[in-house]
Design a protein around this ligand. Structure first.
Ligand code: UD1
Ligand code: MG
Length: 433
């Protein structure tokens, strides 16, 4: 698409009350800024990100995800404000779409709304029930935009205006080239406002167009309360899309799903489940309060209250309550209760008894446990890794396995049970009845 995109993210974010940059606060598992850059990247080949405060941290964070972003450092000392933010940008295309880094919910199609407009200046507006904090869009009696007045500069009459500036603009590049130098900082914040470009366009009798947008989609995140609001809205969107694609969700408002998670086929996600970054759920049933992170679950049942940690692959398996699995591949395995399976490879037909633990860590390094097909691991077994259990093995309940076990064997290391009759009565001095 022939449009350059500028994302302003140089502000201090004071209202966030945090040492972490505002735009690095996470929503659905990724920094706020990531979401808008991802959408922008799908629309344009020329994206400028304007930075100043914590520029290095933000840049290195974004470089993890994006390669072709132009990083522009704002001359914040001499030209603070959103107008100052766009002064150092050199757009490639004739039209320039300007957005803020604190708008995590704006999608590509929302950006496209602006591109059908041909006026040299296009702004975005919505009617806010509570306009506090927003710039007010002042219109004349014919509903034509005259100017934008910031809350801190508005007179009492202007403060009553409910049509507010959503903070997204589409400018003709030559309009910016001709007029950016005309901005002044003659206002209550002593800042150069991008919003003053509207009044400047009007004074030149240029066409200014207002695009009406959805308040929820274009909300700006300035505080931690708004961060929570934006999270809620993004979660609603994510879950709605999955349900429409055929996933069953029980009490969806209690489910948390990060933004790159994939759920396919006939899957059921029960209440309280968290599906974290990198997870892929295929034809599976994830029961109440389970947590799955960066793992693949296919044709399986997990939970309730199971924790599947990163780099696990579960296929055709049944994982029950209080089972923790980490960096393990299970194919056709049952692990019904209270187990820890870490760094393991477990094959078809194997049953992991209650309380089984892979002792995968000796305090220095991690070791692997390999279990073959049709192995019966009795309850309360400890598998001291590295260890290999071949196919068709029975491990007796309570065994500590410290060496490899050959195919078809029984492994048992129980101390003989000693029974001392009437000991209770001797010990407590009570009469036997
Ligand atoms: C801005 C608008 C306001 C609009 C609101 C919508 C101005 C003057 N005001 O107010 O009319 O209703 O957005 O959400 O534009 N930034 C810079 N450099 C700076 C200052 C800010 O890059 O010197 C960036 C910030 O990082 C942020 C964006 O610009 O991403 C907007 O700044 P913010 O302080 O959030 O402006 P608002 O007060 O929300
Ligand atoms: Mg803002």
């Amino acid at each position: 698409m022939n449009v350059s995109i500028v994302i302003m993210a140089a502000g201090l974010g004071t209202r966030m009350k945090s040492n972490i940059s505002k735009v690095l606060h996470e929503i659905s598992g990724y920094p706020m800024l990531y979401h808008i850059l991802k959408e922008a990247s799908s629309l344009s080949d020329d994206i400028s990100l304007v930075l100043y405060h914590q520029a290095d941290t933000i840049k290195s964070e974004m470089e993890k995800y994006f390669q072709d972003i132009h990083y522009v450092i704002q001359d914040h000392i001499n030209f603070p404000g959103t107008g100052g933010a766009i002064m150092g940008v050199c757009p490639k295309h004739e039209r320039v779409l300007v957005l803020s880094g604190d708008m995590p919910l704006v999608l590509k199609e929302d950006m496209e709304l602006f591109l059908s407009e041909s006026a040299p200046v296009v702004l975005s507006t919505f009617f806010a029930k509570d306009p506090t904090g927003y710039g007010r869009v002042i219109m004349d009696e014919n509903k034509l935009v005259q100017k934008i007045v910031e809350q801190k500069d508005a007179n009492p009459k202007e403060l009553e205006v409910k049509s507010v500036n959503a903070g997204v603009y589409l400018f003709a590049k030559d309009f910016l080239e001709n007029n950016l130098a005309k901005l002044t900082n003659n206002n209550n914040q002593n800042e150069y406002y991008i919003t003053d470009l509207i009044g400047i366009a009007k004074s030149q009798n240029l066409d200014v167009k207002a695009v009406f947008v959805d308040e929820n989609t274009f909300m700006g995140v300035n505080s931690k309360y708004q961060l929570a609001k934006a999270e809620e809205l993004m979660q609603q969107k994510i879950k709605k899309a999955f349900m429409e694609a055929g996933v069953i969700m029980k009490l969806p408002e209690t489910i948390y799903i990060e933004s790159d998670v994939i759920i396919e086929g006939e899957s059921i996600i029960e209440n309280g489940v968290s599906l974290l970054k990198g997870s892929r759920i295929i034809n599976s049933h994830i029961k109440t309060n389970s947590v799955i992170e960066d793992s693949i679950v296919e044709n399986s049942q997990v939970g309730p209250m199971a924790r599947i940690r990163p780099k696990s692959i579960l296929k055709e398996s049944k994982i029950g309550n209080f089972v923790e699995i980490k960096k393990s591949t299970l194919q056709g395995v049952k692990a019904g209760h209270l187990s820890y399976l870490g760094d393991s490879l477990i094959d078809e037909g194997t049953n992991i008894g209650c309380g089984t633990i892979t002792c995968n860590y000796d305090g220095k390094a991690k070791y692997q446990t390999i279990i073959g097909k049709n192995v019966f691991v009795g309850s309360d077994t400890q598998l001291v890794a590295p260890v290999i259990i071949e196919d068709d093995v029975i491990i007796a309940s309570g065994t500590t396995v410290t060496k490899n076990i050959k195919k078809g064997s029984l492994a048992i290391n129980r101390a003989p049970l000693k029974v001392v009759e009437s000991f209770f009565y001797k010990f407590f001095g009570k009469e036997e009845k």
